[in-house]
Design a protein around this ligand. Structure first.
Ligand SMILES: [Fe+2]
Length: 270
């Protein structure tokens, strides 16, 4: 598995605090089945300025320590970039780190409460520049929670979407879990990632959520979100995505599929 969203570089954001803690997290990730971690420290004006060179250096340092301890994980540089003007310029000037430093995919963090002006234009501008934005955990963002059609529109514009493992397994509460299920059902999940911040409260564990996803949509489709799509991010290849379902198609109350889905999710919770 490849985790495309993890705060594992020590001391540079609200993630792990020390190199020892980073190594402990990496041991957990490795034991859970991950083999590549794309380290994604926050990049946000006014709070965490983690430019590409800093991220590269921190990733190198962690990689050296993992090699010394013979932990078979690859650490690649990336960042979780907060929505702001000038993203394309920042990437071109090699200040903003794209995922795996591949210049093709950007993990984009949106404001949690207020829908940003020019979100569509920003997504469009990135796509025109050859960069695909991956929206970090839309299930935790209020305006997508209120109206999942908004997320569908972003995906139709060319954005991809990353669901956080803890959301799907219920760790952020029932509401976020339900929204996660709705995203799955509407084919709006392209990546499943840990967004791990530490080893206890938000550990880098993917397998439990991946198991649940596999029970819902099948092993093959679930694997795309933790293996082949992340692998395409690492190699800078394009990703084939399924046609998203509209709310009517997904919610059609009395359809056979809907009943089947309800049974599946109910049984999975039991
Ligand atoms: Fe994050």
């Amino acid at each position: 598995m490849i985790d495309i969203h993890i705060h594992v570089l020590p001391g540079i954001d609200d993630g792990v605090k020390s190199l020892d803690e980073a190594v402990a997290c990496c041991r957990i990730a490795y034991a859970d089945g991950s083999r590549i971690l794309i380290a994604t420290p926050h990049m946000k004006e006014g709070s965490y300025i983690n430019e590409l060179e800093d991220v590269r250096a921190a990733a190198r340092e962690l990689q050296e320590r993992l090699d010394a301890e013979r932990i078979g994980l690859r650490i690649l540089p990336g960042s979780e970039v907060y929505f702001a003007p000038g993203l394309v310029e920042g990437i071109r000037e090699r200040r903003i780190a794209t995922l795996a430093d591949g210049l093709r995919y950007l993990l984009l963090e949106l404001p949690f409460q207020q829908h940003p002006v020019k979100l569509e234009e920003t997504i469009f501008g990135l796509k025109v520049a050859g960069i695909t934005p991956i929206l970090a955990h839309p299930e935790r963002i209020r305006y997508f929670q209120e109206d999942m059609d908004r997320l569908e529109r972003m995906v139709r514009l060319g954005a991809l979407s990353q669901l956080t493992t803890t959301s799907l397994t219920g760790g952020f509460g029932r509401k976020v879990e339900q929204l996660s299920l709705e995203m799955v059902r509407r084919r709006l999940v392209h990546f499943l990632a840990s967004d791990a911040h530490d080893r206890r409260n938000r550990p880098p564990v993917i397998s439990a959520a991946a198991g649940r996803l596999a029970r819902l949509i099948g092993e093959e489709e679930a694997r795309k979100t933790i293996e082949s799509n992340p692998a395409a991010v690492v190699s800078g290849e394009p990703i084939d995505t399924p046609e998203p379902l509209g709310s009517e198609e997904a919610i059609a109350g009395d359809s056979m599929l809907s009943r089947l889905w309800n049974r599946l999710t109910a049984r999975d919770r039991a």
